[in-house]
Write a protein of this length. Sequence first.
Length: 221
Amino acid sequence: MTPEDQRLLDGHDVEAEGLSDWRLLFWRLHARFETGDFATGVRLVEAIGVAAEAADHHPDVDLTYPRVDVRLWSHDVGGATPRDVRLARDITAAAAALGAVARPEQVSVLELAIDTPDFAEVKAFWAALLGHEPSPHDHRELTDPDGTMPTIWAQATDPHEAPRQRWHLDLRVPPEVAQTRIRAALDAGGTLVSDERAPAFWVLADAQGNQACITTWRGRD
């Protein structure tokens, strides 16, 4: 394996690769393919298995009716690399050959954010309780090594003010989906609390003041 194949890719790198079927969400490539029926989904999973074995690189695959969800990342570096890009292209080709339709606008990842003045004080507790590990990317994160449970993100708060809402949801979406999702939330009775850090994140609240964030990879350079 060359050093280039271990190079960690960010959102700009992935965009430059032109992977129209895939989106980078929290360091992993995500894709969804609508198969129309279960049998086609099985055939797509089989084709993904063949491509993965040939590449000696193995994605996470969820088969449901009527779609297949795929997640790609390199465990040794904790994120997407050029070898994930190559396998993504092979999976896209396999999906196209079977007539499966890519739906990148439907992918998203849920993150749980804890409001705390001192994450170090409680970090070990939440890691032990959930079976999470410290993130290789940010000391404020705990991640599930299996990639199935939400990441825990620590949001710093004023130590002299007890947060009214201890936990809130962060939803990571593809950048082109953010405004549509925000508009849907506002039309459903929500309010925009802050767009000061957009496009990294927008803070929204429901009619009772409970807050959540729509987040993207943009604006985090």
